[in-house]
Design a protein around this ligand. Structure first.
Ligand code: DC
Length: 227
């Protein structure tokens, strides 16, 4: 058996998806695709152009005219918005909220989902987001739903922001995460939910190594080649 699989991972903010997905992709020699970064870049552009998210017609037109690409590299994935590297800008708390807001607009989702399906059509990808197991690749060979307590997720996000020189209080971050969880899981179009058949991993007390092993095990069972 030597199949190039689609490994789809969903879960709420800071549940451990990105770290796990990146390491799994490395181990299998697959491409890692961060779909959240694509929504973040769209949100950033709307913010910079001053287009209110409530103006869904203008947002749709903007999305149609926007090109978002990702390039894997040694330091992780670089995200380009219309050719400009926005990898750092898209990680602020404001950008997180804008991404969640703009991701409620169906025209934005349609454009990005089509692009994501194109990127993964030949397999050999680990793709993470909110609707990968339910909408983008519901037939993925490996489907995983990662979650963790909100307190744990806030601690992780705080550490990540501190590393990037963006300190914030735990209470502040917890509130932002709760607001985003609420919006991402209650929106009408493609809300975050656990797909049927997805392996649910609660990462609250788990080490990253163990999370990676659990996903790899699923991948090997589904026919991925052991490197
Ligand atoms: O994974 P992330 O935190 O970088 O995602 C930022 C926002 O983008 C998230 O709050 C909701 C949206 N998103 C989405 O709607 N669908 C995806 N597949 C990925 C992200």
């Amino acid at each position: 058996m030597d199949k190039k699989l689609v490994i789809a991972i969903d879960g709420p903010a800071a549940s451990g998806k990105s770290t796990t997905a990146k390491l799994v992709a490395n181990r299998l020699g697959y491409l890692y695709i961060d779909t959240g970064a694509m929504y973040r870049a769209m949100g950033l552009k709307a913010g910079q152009l001053g287009i209110p998210i409530s103006d869904s017609g203008s947002i749709a037109a903007m999305a149609e005219a926007t090109v978002i690409t990702q390039k894997p590299g040694r330091k992780g994935v670089t995200t380009f918005l219309d050719g400009r590297d926005v990898s750092r800008e898209i990680r602020t708390p404001e950008a997180s909220q804008l991404a969640s807001d703009i991701s409620t607009i169906p025209a934005v989702r349609r454009r990005l989902v089509a692009q994501q399906q194109e990127m993964g059509k030949d397999g050999g990808v680990v793709m993470e987001g909110r609707d990968i197991t339910t909408v983008v690749f519901p037939e993925a060979e490996v489907k995983v739903y990662m979650e963790a307590s909100v307190e744990e997720r806030a601690r992780r996000r705080q550490a990540e922001l501190a590393r990037k020189g963006m300190p914030a209080t735990l209470a502040e971050i917890e509130e932002q995460i709760r607001a985003r969880d609420r919006q991402d899981s209650t929106r009408a179009d493609s809300p975050l939910l656990r797909a049927a058949g997805a392996l649910v991993i609660d990462t609250t007390g788990l080490t990253i190594e163990l999370q990676v092993e659990m996903v790899l095990e699923e991948a090997f069972k589904a026919g991925a080649r052991r490197e």
